[in-house]
Design a protein around this ligand. Structure first.
Ligand SMILES: *Cc1c(COP(=O)(O)O)cnc(C)c1O
Length: 226
């Protein structure tokens, strides 16, 4: 399949998952993850209608942004962000999906000139190899973020482990959704926490069924060139 065909296939699958779950298509934002592809492929995706681009490294983000333009699309930083890289990317991103420690919040607060839309990353499955707050640490962490005026918690994000069993995946996504609702119910002015960033190439349908509002798709949409 070429890119327009892959894009159409993904759109069809998003639509059927929304139907399945009784959700509106507009609730689900498709972030094209371009970390494995060239600037040219990212541009082609945008020409086909993609409006959200996600990158997981500062270098990749800045390279694509120089070629594409800061305001041409909405920019998402989805990877683990090193504290020393904050100043390079802070003013060029619209969403950070990987807020996972206070030291990062502190650096963002110091460098940003306006509040940054952040997802708190949660390691729902508790795998040692994964970044993110453990579920039980999440609420205390969000409360501590009140110290930082430049952090806006728009939602929670997770990366599910590589498992095949859709019901096991479903339990993970469902846990994140419940946690999101708990944070939202705190009614913190800086943490509306209305969004759920979950679902990738292999698991986005289950994620949509469980309430994802941002899905992050690389391989199945734009492919993998390296
Ligand atoms: C790479 C990546 C994705 C996309 O992964 P695919 O399996 O290629 O769809 C999504 N989220 C994060 C955080 C990633 O690093």
């Amino acid at each position: 399949m070429n890119l327009p065909e892959r894009y159409q296939t993904i759109l069809n699958r998003i639509e059927s998952s929304c139907q399945q779950a009784g959700r509106q298509l507009e609730e689900v934002h498709l972030v094209a993850v371009t970390k494995y592809v060239s600037v040219e492929t990212a541009k082609a995706a945008i020409e086909n209608g993609i409006q959200h681009i996600g990158e997981n490294r500062a270098e990749g983000l800045l390279e694509k942004q120089q070629a594409i333009g800061r305001n041409a699309v909405t920019w998402h930083f989805i990877g683990s962000l090193q504290t020393r890289k904050v100043k390079e990317v802070i003013s060029t991103i619209d969403y950070l999906h990987s807020l996972d420690r206070l030291s990062l919040a502190k650096e963002i607060d110091k460098r940003a000139d306006k509040p940054l839309n952040c997802f708190v990353q949660v390691n729902v499955s508790g795998e040692a190899s994964k970044h993110g707050m453990l579920p039980e640490e999440t609420i205390p962490f969000v409360k501590e973020l009140s110290a930082f005026s430049k952090i806006r918690v728009v939602g929670l994000m997770t990366m599910a482990p590589l498992i095949e069993d859709p019901e096991e995946l479903r339990a993970i996504f469902r846990r994140l959704k419940h946690l999101k609702e708990e944070v939202a119910s705190l009614n913190l002015p800086y943490a509306p926490c209305t969004e759920l960033s979950m679902g990738m190439s292999n698991d986005f349908e289950v994620a949509i069924e469980e309430g994802a509002t941002y899905i992050r798709i690389g391989t199945a949409l734009v492919g993998k060139e390296w």
